[in-house]
Design a protein around this ligand. Structure first.
Ligand code: CU
Length: 296
């Protein structure tokens, strides 16, 4: 009785998910989806390479697992106490010992070559179109654009009660990181307190954000849309409340956004969105303290 009911619930959920998630609408959004079995689809060359590497390693480990399991089953069947009452006294076999050392080494080399290639591919981009500094804080992200007059935006999660229809819980943010579509973006991560991690699955990016260090990587988005990620390094109480939302827009829209952001930055730090953010923070802090009666 349980199984058909569960299956039915799963199917209903799958059918409804395009209505709940923005991925089914006009705006493209890359977020985790219910019952997703594989990795999120790729939206740049980094993620395509990650998926290829994953598929290659998956084939190798599957073959090894089947081979070892087959050997175990055969030994249990052929050499059990009933079938083989007098066990062999053999303790060394040079050929087998050399083989079971050399073959794993070769397998590791076959896996290491594309892995190292992948690491170096992600490590640097020789000719970035834009640099964005990503600073992690407990518990929000700050994005600085040194190529665009050092504009700086703070990005926070949206509380359940403030979610608008279509917004994703613990994934949507007040201020998204805006990037031009198709461009190479150099990312420099850092942190002001503890170790965080900047992780956007569909763009194949994961970099620690470590206090006192700057770590480089790069990303690009092949299509306009919103790409969701999260801090995936346990960083304290609100670790689950520091999502990442990157919006890839056309070159013109990007320029318009930069002009707008510069204008609001010129208006002073205590006005406009910044004032609203400060108020939200104060209210959020008050709400957090109230139920427990304990100050964090
Ligand atoms: Cu974090």
């Amino acid at each position: 009785m349980q199984l058909p009911r569960r299956l039915f619930a799963a199917l209903t959920f799958l059918m409804m998910s395009p209505l709940v998630l923005p991925g089914g609408g006009t705006a493209m959004a890359q977020a985790p989806k219910p019952w997703e079995m594989a990795m999120q689809p790729a939206f740049n060359s980094i993620k395509e390479r990650i998926i290829d590497l994953h598929n290659m390693v998956l084939v190798i480990i599957t073959v090894i697992t089947i081979f070892v399991a087959g050997l175990l089953i055969w030994v249990m069947y052929r050499y059990n106490a009933t079938k083989n009452p007098v066990p062999s006294q053999t303790s060394h076999n040079t050929i087998i010992e050399v083989a079971w050392t050399v073959i794993p080494v070769l397998i590791l080399v076959v896996m290491a070559i594309p892995s190292f290639r992948m690491i170096y591919y992600q490590d640097r981009t020789p000719d970035p179109d834009l640099t964005i500094k990503v600073t992690a804080h407990q518990w929000y992200w700050e994005y600085t654009y040194p190529d665009n007059g050092d504009i700086s935006i703070e990005s926070r999660y949206i509380r359940d009660e403030d979610l608008k229809p279509g917004q994703l819980r613990l994934l949507d943010v007040d201020n998204q990181m805006i990037i031009p579509v198709g461009k190479k973006i150099r990312i420099l991560t850092g942190s002001t307190d503890v170790i965080h991690s900047f992780f956007i699955p569909s763009l194949g990016v994961q970099r620690y954000a470590i206090p006192g260090r700057t770590i480089e990587t790069w990303l690009s988005a092949d299509k306009p849309g919103v790409y969701y990620g999260q801090c995936n390094q346990i960083c304290g109480t609100d670790h689950s409340r520091m999502p990442i939302a990157i919006k890839a827009v056309s070159e013109q829209d990007y320029k318009a956004w930069v002009a707008q952001a510069k204008k609001s930055a010129d208006a002073g730090p205590a006005t406009g969105t910044r004032l609203a953010e400060t108020q939200t923070q104060v209210m959020a802090a008050a709400r957090d303290i109230a139920p427990q009666g304990v100050q964090r």
